[in-house]
Design a protein around this ligand. Sequence first.
Ligand SMILES: *Cc1c(COP(=O)(O)O)cnc(C)c1O
Length: 355
Amino acid sequence: MLDIKITPAQALKPQPDPDKLVFGKTFTDHMFLMNYDAGQGWHDPRVVPYGPLPFELSCMVFHYAQEIFEGMKAYRAPGGQVQLFRPYENAQRLNSSCRRLCIPEIPEDDFVQAVKAVVGADRTWVPHKVGASLYIRPFIIATDNGLGVHASHSYLFAVICCPVGAYYPEGINPVKIYVEDQDVRSVRGGTGFTKCGGNYAASIRAGERAEGQGFSQVLWLDGVHRKYIEEVGSMNVMFKIGSAVITPELTGSVLPGITRKSCLELIRSWGIPAEERLISAQELFDAARTGALEEAWGTGTAAVVSPIGLLAQGEEKVTVNGGSIGPLTQRLYDTLTGIQWGTQPDPYGWVEPVE
Ligand SMILES: *Cc1c(COP(=O)(O)O)cnc(C)c1O
């Protein structure tokens, strides 16, 4: 149990119009901070007013990117209560990222307590509007000053929050995806399975190129064979081919999404076979040509599920389900959002209240 010191903000900020929320631009009144120093461990857990912090420019994180993060949301249920979705999964994944990046782990209960402390302090910021939520960004940065390459001896764990609007204010529109054939996001043995900033730095160029050509995201191929599908942009990916759902297996270069895991659990509980295995772009495009590819969608905390309406590789383009959302994609979306926003029962115990 952390002994969290709370310093309330003196003046509260005006809250943005819930209809005009821009992702990641407005932050709440408070933030959670906790420091780590070698020999002392994690110490000084605190909730303080949101604001800037001074860092020397020799601070390690600026140079060698020893940094990891999480992404999760707080939801407003119809009765007004605020709730999280599977926060212990985020705690476990944070620690898995920590181990790969040589960052000291945070006990799972402490992580969840920290998230609840800041969300609790800023609970009025959790939007009441259907589909809107409070996005939570926990992260750890290396804070030693100096340019020597080694694991830092000091770290900062922070949790900041921003209200976000509905991902689909105009209804769910399937996205266009481009199969990336030049850049790779990660390779086995690298950091693909972690949520680290460096993965994103490596992915920006392909994303920009795809956007310039009218696609919303890229579909990454594996870095060795340039053949097997890994994931799409910042989402995992699933395909309904014939009667089964197929999703790339977690080989080490794919991010183990919590939405992915939840979708697989739902799909299997509905009696639909779900395979986690290697799937090549060739197999996917062949299935599209024969009509066996019925649905395709991405999964992630931000969008929940995002139907894919068009896939392009080089000059070739295939449409999925006539470019509209398919029945299984819709069922997953309705079930997950129903559980998250508390409009449907939660038989799996996925929801965690913020008291
Ligand atoms: C966070 C993330 C996902 C989705 O994970 P969720 O836990 O479902 O939000 C997928 N791919 C990448 C690269 C990510 O960073």
